[in-house]
Design a protein around this ligand. Structure first.
Ligand SMILES: CCCCCCCC/C=C\CCCCCCCCCCCCC/C=C/C(=O)SCCNC(=O)CCNC(=O)[C@H](O)C(C)(C)COP(=O)(O)OP(=O)(O)OC[C@H]1O[C@@H](n2cnc3c(N)ncnc32)[C@H](O)[C@@H]1OP(=O)(O)O
Ligand SMILES: Cc1cc2nc3c(=O)[nH]c(=O)nc-3n(C[C@H](O)[C@H](O)[C@H](O)COP(=O)(O)OP(=O)(O)OC[C@H]3O[C@@H](n4cnc5c(N)ncnc54)[C@H](O)[C@@H]3O)c2cc1C
Length: 673
């Protein structure tokens, strides 16, 4: 039958092998749950193996030792080589395969084609007419041109209605004049805009006959296709180093009365006729499709970042021995400490939960995308509400989990050898990009308030907010139901979300009734509103996790996922329990029950801890972490890793003669005086 944990190899550190031998489930079958099919899990491993056979695709040295220029060059070099091998390595129509290839070969720090793949192509697919697709999309797909999505400006990112870049229609010449009138109107942040791309979809405020029609998308050629020099009336460059993600050239762009043909406006859903007549799209926010595309996929990206950090932390915790639990026995693996388990295991459960919630979100996204092609827009509001809440909650919880993973590695976690700080830096960008988290929570809150209003008016609401109309128990029955029946847990989460949604609603109504203008009342309720959005979203995540466990057929996988779900529900409930204690839905005794279930869960997860993270099947090449090595041989490799430091090229640095020696000499002289 072979080992259930597929990572076991001869010569591995015995402490990590000991962990893997305890696995109660087949890690490759678990990978099929994480990546949504056995075929997808197989393909990931096949792609990794194929990449390992191509020497030019390996990192020239560990990425933390490269300068920013070297990182940019290295990513571009690899993209060039990948281009030659692409069709042998992946199915280019499969986004998951491309994403995996990117993670293995290049990693999360970015590459010249990142925004090209993540936003430029999707925006053309969704918003370009057939004619425009012929002109740009097919060239983009063949990588004859490289593009990005340039929306955010120095002065405005969140409030799209106030973008200062204008696209003014000139009927006489049938052109749009694109202009950045102020410093703050410069595009600022778009990925790969600085140096890599030669085209961009620029989002600008459309003006026809002096009337403002709001943000619209325009295709702009930025650079000459041969020389790559910026075209006339265009200033473009890199915005400088960031917290992380420094292989990417996030850029600025200033357009000086640049003229583009009328047909460069993306016109699948919205039109400007030759005479300047404006034809509205079927839904006002159809032009926001590229943002929704990324938000819908962010759960999986965040799950991946979180799982990467946890793989590093859990593997390391299984070989790191320090301190004693029983003084008569040898030092223990730090994974034995309950505090270490409590620090890491709930985040493992979250990574799984985000991945399952992500799969459901992508399914809904695909449906809405298909509907939109035929002008059907009914589900757009649901998708926008769901993705707004999830991107905010998932990025925030991912940030917490990665930082816990870092701290759980002690001092070595702080070294770039762990690579966790880079993963953290990349992941936390997600709290900001694609809509600042608070802003997006408030978007979801609008949807929730509408639903609450409908319920108050006696109407029945359905779908994602259906629970607002469903019967509610005054008291939770959480400690009075059979084991592995999670309905009472989910009912308690529903109760908490419902209470908070109506609390925010009542507060808002009261203020409105007192005569406060809507926007002021909204602002004064916004903390309560964001709380409602978070609780609603956390309920959705818990439900998605429970739905997945319910659907699993394989007994051992179901058992293992059930253990994680149990931990998840108890941990998350404790985290938000104050809401249920306030109105007596939960009592002190039930809190003790939840706590003891949580501690019991930690013990149950412990033997499988390494297998839960191994099941993500993240290769050493993609983890880029000395601490997270599959074989567990950390210490000798930490020493080897440090040899890459350029400071170690000589025994004595020039700074010694220049500064340190004079400093010490003069100190010595003075002390003799
Ligand atoms: C050689 C080949 C090699 C191949 C291999 C390599 C290939 C590489 C490929 C892939 C690699 C992948 C690597 C991935 C690595 C991942 C790591 C890093 C990735 C980094 C990527 C970062 C990219 C970031 C991009 C951006 O940030 S783009 C800019 C995003 N900006 C925003 O999100 C702005 C936020 N603001 C808004 O969205 C809006 O302003 C708003 C807040 C929604 C308000 O909009 P406004 O128009 O003002 O709305 P209102 O008029 O107030 O109306 C509100 C109303 O509208 C409804 N609404 C709003 N939006 C929508 C919507 N989208 N859909 C439906 N409805 C919407 C809203 O509900 C309200 O409705 P009601 O009035 O009914 O309540
Ligand atoms: C790594 C990275 C990559 C990016 N890539 C791209 C890209 O490729 N293309 C692109 O166009 N852009 C990109 N961006 C820009 C990004 O989309 C914006 O920075 C983001 O949408 C936030 O907007 P802002 O910077 O204007 O924040 P601000 O809105 O200025 O946020 C500042 C504070 O104000 C608060 N705030 C703002 N409005 C409200 C409100 N209505 N109610 C309550 N609070 C509010 C926020 O919550 C926040 O606390 C990227 C950003 C990053 C960090």
């Amino acid at each position: 039958m072979g080992n259930l944990n597929k990572e076991i190899r001869d010569g591995d550190h015995p402490d990590i092998t000991e962990e893997r031998l305890k696995s109660t489930f087949d890690t490759h079958k678990m990978a099929a749950q994480i990546y949504n099919s056995q075929r997808a899990a197989d393909r990931r491993n096949e792609i990794t193996s194929a990449v390992l056979k191509i020497p030019e695709l390996q990192d020239i040295k560990p990425l933390p030792f490269l300068s920013r220029e070297e990182k940019v060059e290295e990513a571009a070099r690899k993209i060039g080589i990948l281009s030659e091998h692409l069709y042998d390595l992946v199915n280019v129509n499969d986004g998951a395969e491309l994403y995996h290839l990117n993670n293995v070969v290049i990693g999360g720090e970015g590459n010249p084609l990142a925004l090209h793949g993540v936003m430029f192509i999707p925006v053309l697919q969704a918003q370009a007419t057939d004619e425009q697709k012929k002109k740009w999309l097919y060239r983009a797909m063949k990588r004859e041109i490289i593009g990005t999505y340039a929306q955010t400006e120095m002065g405005h990112g969140s409030n799209l209605r106030k973008l200062e870049t204008t696209a003014t229609y000139d009927k006489a010449t049938e052109e749009f004049v694109l202009n950045s009138p102020t410093t703050t109107s410069m595009k600022w942040w778009p990925g790969n805009l600085g140096k890599s791309t030669n085209y961009a979809v620029v989002v600008a405020t459309l003006i026809i006959n002096e009337k403002d029609y709001g943000p619209h998308s325009f295709m702009v050629q930025l650079r000459d296709e041969n020389t790559h020099k910026p075209l006339p009336n265009i200033e473009v460059g890199d915005i400088g180093p960031k917290m992380a993600y420094n292989a990417t050239d996030n850029g600025f762009l200033k357009l000086n009365h640049l003229r583009i043909p009328r047909t460069n406006m993306l016109m699948k859903h919205v039109k400007v006729e030759k005479d300047g007549t404006y034809i509205k799209p079927p839904h006002a926010k159809m032009s926001y499709s590229a943002m929704v595309h990324v938000r819908a996929h962010m759960n999986n990206t965040m799950a991946y970042f979180l799982a990467s950090s946890l793989t590093i932390a859990v593997r390391y915790s299984s070989i790191r021995r320090q301190g004693h639990i029983n003084p008569k026995e040898p030092e223990v693996k730090v994974l034995e400490y309950q505090t270490q388990q409590h620090r890491l295991f709930p985040h493992i459960a979250r990574a799984y939960a985000f991945s399952f919630a992500g799969a459901e979100t992508v399914r809904l996204y695909e449906k809405v995308k298909k509907d939109m092609e035929s002008g059907e827009t009914e589900l757009m509001a649901d998708l926008h509400a769901l993705t707004s809440g999830l991107k905010s909650v998932v990025t925030y919880l991912t940030m917490q989990g990665i930082e816990q993973a870092r701290q759980s590695c002690g001092g070595h976690g702080y070294s770039m050898a762990s690579y966790i700080s880079e993963i953290y830096g990349i992941a936390i960008g997600g709290c900001t990009y694609e809509g600042e988290n608070m802003v997006m929570l408030l978007q979801l809150a609008r949807y929730l308030m509408k639903a609450a209003k409908a319920v108050k008016e006696g109407k029945k609401v359905e779908g994602l907010v259906g629970y607002l109309s469903a019967p509610d128990n005054r008291h939770s029955l959480i400690d009075r139901t059979p084991e592995k029946s999670y309905d009472t847990y989910l009912k308690t989460f529903e109760h908490i979300a419902r209470q908070q949604i109506f609390r925010a609603f009542d507060k808002l109504e009261k203020m409105l009734t007192s005569g406060l203008p809507h926007s002021e009342a909204w602002n004064k309720c916004s903390v309560e509103l964001t709380r409602a959005s978070r609780l609603h979203t956390r309920l959705f995540i818990a439900q998605a996790f429970a739905r997945r466990v319910h659907d699993v057929v394989d007994f051992h996988i179901k058992e293992a996922l059930d253990d994680l779900l149990h931990l998840h529900l108890n941990y998350e409930l404790l985290d938000v329990a104050s809401y249920a204690l306030e109105d007596g839905h939960l009592c002190g005794e039930q809190m003790n029950f939840i706590r003891s279930e949580l501690y019991r869960s930690l013990g149950k997860i412990r033997p499988n801890a390494v297998s839960y993270v191994d099941a993500w099947e993240l290769s050493d090449m993609e983890l880029r972490s000395v601490l997270g090595r599959r074989d567990g041989h950390v210490y000798e490799n930490l020493y080897k890793w440090a040899q890459n430091s350029s400071l170690n090229r000589t025994d004595v640095l020039p700074v010694f003669e220049k500064y340190l020696k004079p400093l010490m000499m003069s100190a010595r002289k003075n002390s003799k005086l």
